[in-house]
Design a protein around this ligand. Structure first.
Ligand code: G4P
Length: 526
């Protein structure tokens, strides 16, 4: 096997997604500990204000205690190169998370056993389902009382519209939590807690009928475990890796991230089953990772990692071929070649200069303003990767320059923040006013703060009464013209020049849809 193919097959790139507080940060940290990427607990940022740690790059992130940005953490485990793409915990930054999900090959979804499926769990898994991204569930906090295991699986299936298959099963919960039975490897993993010290004891246990089970976990838990495992085998289909890879079945693990319990079971299964870098769809064709020409797309732009410099870092997901330092690549949107003398890779706490990268890797490219989210780099082929749509925002405000002496800085700042995907901007055709659309309240503050601190510009917001912005399209030119003319007041363009309908209320949107059946109203830009 060529070196290129073996490097490619070593890659596993995934994201951990969860409703805030379910334990994503804690789980990430434990995975990095297993990989030896960090040495101490507490080295990974939490989205809490009190902690300041590795992936905590931005000032605003620390100030607000919210994980605003997405970063990448790489580590090696059992000869594999594992890349975890971190996603912001706060729901106002969900769009950032959606975009990150376009750059992964699989996802681990953390669910709090007490809270079950929560709002963000629903939204994020929906995005995974849209793309058939394979998902593994990790049910966390088994050291606390929570929902019954079967009820929780039902809830996951019903609310998230997925099929699940438990691959580990908890023995008790809360005070009575004794461990998990690893159904994937037929092992009993017992949890011993001595004050602050927790450890796992692993017993290979192929035959649950053996009376030894009683010796290890006691009579009642042994009986319950046998009944429950019997029920699992009867109710849930046998686990097949293809079903997981096709996004049809989601394996479920149980554990307690903070106690580092059940995490290794999941990781060991993950490395066995998780997909190697998958092909990516471009408008022109399907791009396979094994192709020898380098292709990749930018899914994230990170501003001002170092406040002393004004540069940004664009995160490029490599889709095919080998990426090399100091080599010319074509920036398709600009039609120009660029080379990168100092591409970086993120190995948990450290940024390292890299010479080459492979499909599945995420490379940080220093950028002085040439990249936008969704940009493609190739060795010359005209390709446009799909799947990085903008989502119809939910909150809107007019934005105005508050300092007439800083008009230029204001315009540049706004443009660059929009390129980074912080929010979307629409310019209304009838009066030229700029409207910022976001998915959450917080982005308005982020924009204001960053305009001031990074661009020395000030903005003010004004209320605007809007319900939705949606992209409009029609193959019928005449119908489109008529629509644009009749709804003149409600038409805007986005920063890509696409036409957008601004609906004041749900009713306005509905009537527009009824009155103009030839017009397609889209809720994502793609
Ligand atoms: P997030 O990134 O998904 O938002 O969650 P994070 O890991 O920050 O975890 C949220 C809280 O849940 C933290 O407590 C964390 O310690 C706790 N936690 C994580 N895993 C477990 C678990 O298995 N069992 C229990 N009982 N708790 C867990 P916190 O009090 O908010 O912060 P901290 O001071 O303890 O870090």
């Amino acid at each position: 096997m060529s070196n290129f193919i073996s490097e490619l097959e070593r890659r596993r790139t995934f994201a951990i997604v969860a409703h805030p507080d379910a334990g994503k940060t804690t789980l990430t940290e434990k995975l990095l500990l297993f990989g030896g990427a960090i040495q101490t607990a507490g080295a990974v940022k939490s989205n809490k204000i009190k902690k300041s740690t590795v992936s905590d790059f931005m000032d605003i992130e620390r100030q607000r205690g919210i994980s605003v940005s997405t970063s990448v953490m790489g580590f090696e485990y059992r000869d594999l190169q594992i890349n975890i793409l971190d996603t912001p915990g706060h729901e106002d930054f969900a769009e950032d998370t959606y975009r990150t999900l376009t750059a992964v090959d699989s996802a681990v979804v953390v669910v709090d056993v007490a809270n079950g499926v929560e709002k963000q769990t629903e939204k994020l898994t929906k995005v995974c389902r849209m793309r058939d991204t394979p998902m593994i569930f990790f049910v966390n906090k088994l050291d606390r009382e929570g929902l019954d295991g079967f009820d929780l699986l039902d809830e996951i299936e019903q609310k998230l519209d997925v099929k699940v298959r438990p691959l580990s099963w908890p023995i008790g919960m809360g005070q009575r939590f004794k461990g998990v039975y690893n159904l994937f490897e037929k092992k009993l993993v017992l949890f011993h807690s001595h004050g602050k010290q927790e450890e796992e004891e692993i017993i290979v246990f192929k035959d649950l009928a053996s009376p030894d089970l009683e010796k290890h976990i006691g009579d009642t838990p042994a009986r319950e475990l046998r009944e429950e495992v019997e029920m699992i085998e009867a109710v849930y289909p046998e686990f097949k890796r293809e079903d997981y890879l096709n996004g049809e079945i989601c394996p479920v693990f149980f554990g307690s991230a903070v106690n580092n319990f059940g995490v290794k079971e999941m990781l060991d299964c993950f490395v066995e089953i998780a997909p190697t870098p998958l092909p990516r769809i471009a408008e022109e064709r399907l791009v396979h990772p094994e192709e020898d020409k380098m292709t990749g797309f930018v899914f994230k732009i990170f501003a001002n990692m170092d406040p002393k410099h004004r540069d940004r870092i664009a995160f490029l997901r490599i889709c095919s071929g080998k990426f090399e330092r100091n080599t010319n690549y074509r920036h398709i949107r600009l039609g120009r070649d660029f080379k990168f003398p100092a591409p970086t890779m993120f190995m948990a706490s450290k940024k390292t200069l890299l010479e080459e990268a492979y499909p599945g890797d995420v490379v940080g490219l220093y950028d002085s303003g040439n990249f936008k989210i969704g940009d493609t780099l190739t060795e010359g082929e005209d390709l446009h990767f799909k799947g990085i749509p903008a989502f119809s925002p939910e909150q809107f405000r007019y934005v105005e320059n508050a300092d007439p002496l800083k008009t230029k800085q204001f315009a540049k700042g706004l443009d660059q923040l929009m390129d980074e995907g912080v929010a979307q901007m629409f310019t209304r055709k009838s009066d030229g006013r700029r409207i910022i659309g976001t998915v959450g309240q917080l982005q308005f503050e982020v924009i204001q703060h960053r305009l001031e601190s990074e661009y020395n510009a000030k903005c003010v917001y004004e209320a605007v009464n809007l319900h939705k912005a949606c992209w409009v399209h029609s193959d019928d030119k005449k119908a489109m013209e008529e629509f644009l003319d009749r709804r003149k007041r409600d038409i805007a363009i986005d920063s890509e020049g696409a036409t957008v309908f601004l609906a004041e209320t749900a009713w306005v949107l509905q009537t527009a849809q009824e009155n103009f059946p030839k017009i397609e109203f889209r809720f994502t830009s793609e």
